[in-house]
Design a protein around this ligand. Structure first.
Ligand SMILES: [Ca+2]
Ligand SMILES: [Ca+2]
Length: 216
């Protein structure tokens, strides 16, 4: 199944309140090939974890929410580190978010998420992991944590222990625990515009989002 997330979110009343979505325009999508592989292609292992996204070009498995107020570019790679630059200027009452698809779930022995990033000014990002243990919304649960990236020119690798993720208030989880192998989506969002109801802007650079089995 191929889903245009912007169209998908637009159909959710709740999302319309939360996300600033641009006026819908007609879009064309060309597809060349859809393959079924007998083996799951392995991502390049980062130490003993799994790379959720390396932000190489062309970008795959990522969707951006924030409409016209988000500008994504792929600056020249620094060494072999391909990365993306996300320039955002988001109105109060909405938010900017980067949604990573995790089609095969995360390794069950994951101890932490790691993010190699930098930004122009200090910014706190909300990280949401959504598990889907079975069909239906009642089998979805969202777990949240947050990270603060210090502003500056240097790349930082931030570690977020899985133990820091707590169940979102709007969710119930039937088995009461985060099931990493059923996580389908990892979202990184700047929700300050929504929570404090102020206009926000910033530049965020992302190099790699990964899991690690090492406890920090
Ligand atoms: Ca669960
Ligand atoms: Ca990268």
């Amino acid at each position: 199944m191929l889903v245009d997330l912007a169209v998908f979110f637009r159909t959710m009343a709740e999302a319309n309140d939360m996300f600033y979505l641009p006026v819908q325009v007609e879009q064309t999508l060309w597809l060349d090939e859809l393959k079924l592989l007998s083996e799951t292609p392995e991502d390049e292992p980062a130490d003993d974890g799994m790379v959720i996204n390396d932000y190489s070009s062309p970008l795959r498995g990522v969707a951006f929410l924030g409409g016209d107020s988000i500008e994504v570019t792929a600056p020249e790679a620094e060494g072999d580190q391909a990365h993306v630059q996300i320039k955002y200027s988001v109105p109060a009452g909405t938010l900017m978010a980067i949604i990573h698809q995790v089609p095969g779930g995360l390794p069950a022995d994951t101890k932490a998420l790691t993010l190699r990033a930098r930004c122009d000014e200090d910014a706190t990002f909300f990280i949401n992991m959504e598990e889907q243990t079975d069909r239906g919304d009642e089998n979805k649960a969202g777990y949240n944590a947050s990270i603060t990236i210090s502003g500056g020119p240097d790349w930082q690798t931030l570690t977020v222990p899985i133990a820091e993720f707590t169940l979102g208030e709007e969710h119930e989880d039937l088995n009461g625990k985060l099931d990493l192998e059923h996580v389908q989506m990892v979202m990184l969002a700047n929700i300050r515009s929504l929570v404090e109801n102020v206009d926000i802007e910033g530049v965020l650079y992302l190099d790699e989002l990964a899991t690690t089995t090492e406890a920090d």
